[in-house]
Design a protein around this ligand. Structure first.
Ligand code: HSE
Length: 298
């Protein structure tokens, strides 16, 4: 018994929703082959694409799977092959894709004893290893698909959100690496009430805009008063990319996860194409290497 999976990259935070909002991209995504073995151990036999540790306890997929097996009433062992397509440290949920992919695949091979929310909980152990904090805003959309809200961490409560039919995302990735752990370290531990008020107004607005297909409301709500002002200094030409994207018709956007990728949302594929060109143009002019992806949000 063997299973092959594809797990997409994800955009976490989505401006105002630090650690709670996220959505799945069409591509890129990690591929994995999972095989049940007679031996009751977890073995990572192959990692293609990037140089990552194969010892299960030092690998995000390994720790996620071990967290799951700890709660499985039975004996099981697995062999994992990982074909990594999402660059670590790019800001589109590279670690989450590997951690989510492996638990979804293992759950299938075991006859689905665990719920999706339980799978999120196991995969979060991968995030704990990768960034020091077990956040679920990349894991939840990687497992549930579409757009998700982590309404609560304790107990874990994940809400899937409807999205408008014409919503597209453009994500540009400048070729520098930002470690999530570092990008979290620089954040302030306290938030001013006046900033919190802005932020929860926008989170509510964004969720309502998505559910009502109100693009104007989505656009007004894509604002981050707390995290972006601090993290954006790590990202080359951030303000310029945002400005030119908006001029090209984007609804709005911000840092994808902990960066350095930047995401923009647009209404319609044509608008998203225009935004894609505008974003690429900024980095071409300043001479920064990048790759760029366009996805439907659904
Ligand atoms: N919410 C997390 C952060 C996402 O911003 O640190 C990391 O991809």
């Amino acid at each position: 018994s063997e299973i092959k999976t594809f797990t997409p990259g994800t955009v976490a935070n989505v401006s105002c929703g630090f650690d709670v909002l996220g959505f799945a991209l069409d591509s890129p995504g990690d591929e994995m082959v999972l095989r049940r073995t007679v031996e009751k151990t977890v073995k990572i036999t192959r990692i293609d694409g990037y140089d990552l540790p194969k010892e299960p306890l030092r690998n995000v997929a390994g720790v996620a799977l071990l967290a799951m097996l700890k709660e499985y009433r039975g004996d099981a062992g697995f062999e994992i092959e990982i074909y990594k397509k999402i660059k670590p440290g790019s800001g589109i949920g590279s670690s989450a894709a590997s951690a989510a992919g492996v638990v979804v695949a293992a759950n299938k091979l075991l006859g689905e004893p665990f719920s999706k929310t339980e799978l999120v909980r196991f995969a979060m152990e991968g995030e704990r290893l990768a960034s020091g904090v077990a956040h679920a805003d990349n894991i939840a959309p990687a497992i549930f698909g579409g757009f998700t809200l982590v309404r609560s961490y304790a107990p874990l409560d994940i809400i899937t959100l409807d999205t408008p039919s014409e919503l597209f995302a453009t994500v540009i990735h400048p070729q520098i690496e930002v470690r999530t752990a570092d990008a979290r370290e620089i954040l302030k531990k306290n938030v001013l009430l006046k900033d919190a008020i802005k932020q929860w107004g926008n989170v509510g607005g964004l969720v309502a805009g998505l559910m009502k297909s109100d693009y104007g409301l989505i656009s007004r709500s894509l604002e981050d008063a707390i995290v972006e002002p601090i993290r954006s200094i790590l990202i080359p030409a951030f303000q310029e990319v945002k400005l030119k994207s908006k001029e090209a018709g984007a609804l709005g956007g911000g840092i994808s996860g902990s960066g350095p990728s930047i995401f923009m949302l647009s209404k319609g594929e044509e608008a998203a194409q225009q935004v894609k060109m505008a974003m690429a143009d900024v980095y071409e002019k300043v001479g920064i290497d990048f790759d760029i992806h366009l996805s439907k949000v659904n």
